[in-house]
Design a binder for this molecule. Structure first.
Ligand code: PEP
Ligand code: MN
Length: 358
């Protein structure tokens, strides 16, 4: 074969490559259009029956030299790429995604900018039990220059016979302590009907792990102008977590802090398994600040400090942990809350670690 002939054949191959490229992209565009139509009709995008029909038709027309198995393989790849494109298209549209908004969302709470690249800390008791109990923790925090106080007024407990929280009384205590110590307060709300009322008392509405997919609650939290701290569900995937945040933002409220708090796995050494890699994934995929709750993820006091360090090292915007003046008599989570002395030690060791910026 002369060189000239080879060059000509290669030239033809180059032309065919470009023709294939054009056709593949033309097909992709059509698939995208189909995706939009299906999306607006609420129809599921993957249609195996239709794929089977397309493959059969292609193979019926296959005159070789490729055999049918090879043609099957090549076209299945093309179909799959088309389906992925439809999915990406959908992701692109998420309001919480980086694709939609490349800049970090920053949430101002009492002069602290959550999401600004520094670390922010939320401490306080598991449950609000009394004014004195909350004020004691608030005082210890304020002495350290800490401004973000937590405390549960509505406690979604595993057992209906366990302490359920003080309700509105608890919110009132939080508001009073916050005013006296000039702090921002975060507390969980469990009932969509309470959201507006609670917004009068709180600086941040927390949606707890057990309610991450309580869609009516998410929508109610999305309809107010108040920051929301959304915790990851006990067995929620990152995608489900991101979609839960999307429920809030879709209603107009983009002030959302995501909180990784451990997920349920087969591991029994810890209360839950802290999914530390969720932090950089959430930071990459969304523009929202991400915190790590080291108390509920580990359920172990001896793991609070190493896990808090890990959270910060991996890029978390903040850490949450529970502090109680006398954990032994706490009405909830007695096992895992820090007392004031342990809190002192935890916080001083944490900020001494060289990667903390406050
Ligand atoms: C809490 O933070 O008080 C709490 C109950 O946590 P979670 O919803 O993560 O279990
Ligand atoms: Mn707790």
């Amino acid at each position: 074969m002369g060189n000239n002939e080879l060059d000509q054949l290669r030239e033809r191959v180059d032309e065919v490559n470009l023709e294939l490229l054009r056709l593949i992209n033309e097909r992709a565009q059509l698939v995208q259009e189909i995706g939009h139509v299906k999306g607006s009709q609420g129809v599921y995008r993957f249609d195996p029956v239709r794929e089977r029909m397309m493959l059969d038709k292609i193979k019926q027309n296959n005159d070789g030299p490729f055999d049918n198995a090879t043609i099957d393989h090549i076209f299945k790849e093309i179909f799959k790429a088309g389906l992925d494109l439809q999915k990406d298209d959908h992701k692109k549209a998420l309001l919480v995604s980086r694709k939609k908004k490349p800049e970090d969302t920053i949430i101002n709470l009492k002069g602290e900018n959550i999401g600004d690249g520094k670390q922010h800390f939320v401490f306080g008791p598991c449950a609000v039990e009394s004014y004195e109990q909350v004020a004691t923790v608030a005082k210890a925090m304020k002495e350290k220059g800490l401004n973000l106080l937590r405390g549960g007024a509505y406690k979604p407990r595993t057992s209906p016979y366990d302490f359920q929280g003080l309700g509105v009384e608890g919110l009132k205590i939080l508001k009073r302590v916050a005013a006296e110590y000039d702090m921002a307060v975060i507390s969980e709300i469990v009932n969509p009907a309470d959201i507006e009322m609670a917004a009068e008392y709180l600086d941040v509405i927390q949606i707890g792990a057990r309610n991450m997919q309580n869609f009516e609650l998410l929508k109610a939290a999305g309809a107010i102008n108040k920051p929301v701290l959304l915790k990851r569900g006990l067995a929620a995937t990152i995608e489900e977590f991101i979609n839960a945040a999307e429920y809030i933002m879709a209603q107009g409220n983009g002030q959302i802090i995501l909180c990784e708090r451990g997920i349920r796995t087969y591991e029994k050494a810890t209360r839950n398994t802290l999914d530390i890699s969720a932090v950089p994934i959430l930071k990459q995929e969304t523009h929202l600040p991400v915190m790590v709750d080291v108390t509920h993820s580990t359920g172990r006091r001896d793991l609070l400090l190493p896990c808090a360090k890990a959270a910060i090292a991996i890029g978390a915007d903040g850490v949450m942990a529970e502090v109680h003046p006398d954990p032994a008599v706490a009405l909830s989570d007695a096992q895992q809350q820090m007392n004031l002395e342990q809190f002192d030690q935890f916080y001083s060791e944490l900020i001494a670690s060289n990667f903390v910026r406050i």
